[in-house]
Design a protein around this ligand. Structure first.
Ligand code: ATP
Length: 281
């Protein structure tokens, strides 16, 4: 299926040269090839970008993150074709540990915090990747600054936190690993609108501080409002791509993934970014 640029506007140059992450013609299958989950998927994340993956259930979004983090094997999957590069180095079959050490952080769907451990100990667990005490302390201070709520609750067991607080803790734990690229799988799932807005602002803050972001979101409106670029996966392939603004303006995307009328579309304003193509002021 050809990739369709959206809304009649030229798609900005997406050359993977010099990209933070590039995925080139990637195919993935589970169960020894019995279940094909990705076919010929190419995408890239350039330095400093927020890139969104949209798509219906089963389209292959989570599989893409598993491939990038090296977690496919744990789930019975394998790359059958293609290449992944992180910061210029081929990482197609790197281990999860090697990927973490290179700077790829993952916040999995479902807020997987250690519920018996305190907030502080969850963050320490995230920080065990770094042996540098100064870096650990710097990361810890940054997480506390980013999430004042966690500061107040740092001795509380994670299992007693609200859903929103657990999501903040899951993100904070990943930030303790000093990621250069943060992958977020459905961070707003099941959260109240006010909390979703907080999570949105936090993602923007993290990105402003220099961390690239890949975001999978069922709340497509929220995700596109902060996306530098977005890819739509359909039936295991990239079917469309464009800037967040382009996809928000695309009626077929709205009908398929946003499920909202014009009122809903107006509820999130596209984040203005200096020099970013396709965004509204
Ligand atoms: P969702 O939004 O429902 O999580 P998704 O876009 O993230 O969907 P994936 O979870 O990546 O999609 O699934 C892509 C395909 O791979 C689907 O057909 C799914 O059933 C299959 N799949 C995912 N994980 C496994 C697994 N561990 N074993 C076998 N098949 C799997």
């Amino acid at each position: 299926m050809p990739i369709v640029p959206t809304a009649g506007q030229p798609t900005p140059d997406r050359s993977p040269d010099g990209a933070l992450l590039s995925v080139d013609a990637l195919s993935v299958a589970y169960r020894g090839g019995a279940i094909r989950a990705l076919e010929d998927v190419s995408l890239c994340v350039r330095h400093g970008e927020i890139v969104v993956l949209l798509g219906a259930n089963g389209a292959g979004k989570t599989t893409t993150l598993r491939a990038v983090t090296g977690l496919l094997g744990i789930h019975g999957g394998a790359v059958t074709q293609g290449e992944i590069r992180f910061d210029g180095h081929v990482s197609t079959r790197s281990t999860p540990w090697a990927n973490v050490k290179r700077g790829i952080g993952l916040v999995m769907e479902g807020r997987r915090v250690f519920s018996e451990l305190s907030v502080e100990d969850n963050l320490r667990a995230g920080g065990h990747v770094t042996r540098d005490r100064a870096e650990f302390r710097r990361n810890y201070a940054q997480v506390m600054e980013l999430f004042p709520r966690l500061t107040q609750r740092r001795s509380v067991s994670a299992g007693l936190l609200s859903g929103g607080e657990q999501q903040m803790l899951a993100i904070g734990r990943a930030l303790m690993q000093s990621p250069r690229l943060l992958l977020l799988d459905e961070p707003s799932l099941g959260l109240a609108p006010l909390v979703v807005e907080q999570i949105r602002q936090i993602i923007v803050e993290i990105n402003k501080a220099g961390t690239g972001v890949v975001l999978i979101e069922q709340n497509a409106m929220m995700a596109l409002s902060i996306a530098d670029h977005a890819y739509v996966l359909e039936n295991r392939r990239v079917a469309r791509e464009g800037t967040g603004a382009q996809l928000l303006a695309d009626d077929s995307i709205r009908d398929l993934y946003l499920g909202l009328g014009d009122e809903g579309r107006r509820s999130y304003r596209v984040r203005p970014r200096a020099g970013a193509a396709g965004t509204t002021p």
